[in-house]
Design a protein around this ligand. Sequence first.
Ligand code: SF4
Length: 128
Amino acid sequence: MTQSKPSRREALQILAQLGVLAAGGGAMLSACKSESKPAADKKPADKPADKPAAKAGGCEDLSGLSDADKTTRTSMKYVAQSTKAGQSCANCALYKAPEGGAACGSCTVVKGPIDPKGWCQVWAAKKA
Ligand code: SF4
C-alpha cells in the first residue's frame, strides 16, 4: 500500500508540533529555496551556505528565513517542482498567489516565497 497524503487534521497536528501555528499564520516572511536536489549548474552561489535550488521560478532565496522556518520547509518536504501528478502549490488550498506579477506566491504553512509548481507533504486540494 502506498502512503497517501496527510489529511488536513494530520497536517495541522504536524504544524502544531512544529510550533508553526503558535507563531501566527499571518506573519509570512519572504525568501525560499527548494530542498530538492542541488541544481545541475556548478556556479558558486552568492551565499555558499545556501546551495542553489532548482530554477523553477526564482523562489530559491532563503536569506530572509529563520532557522526554524528553514526547518519547517525541510520537515514539510517542500520542493520547488512537484512530482505529484495533479498536485502543486498552485492548486493547494494553503497557497496564496503572487501579487503584482511576482513569480513566487506564499503559503500559510511553509514560510518564504513559494513556487506555484512546488509541493509539500501537507498539500490539500483547493476547493472549487
Ligand atoms: S503544497 Fe500547499 S501547503 Fe505545501 S508549500 Fe505548497 S502551498 Fe504550501
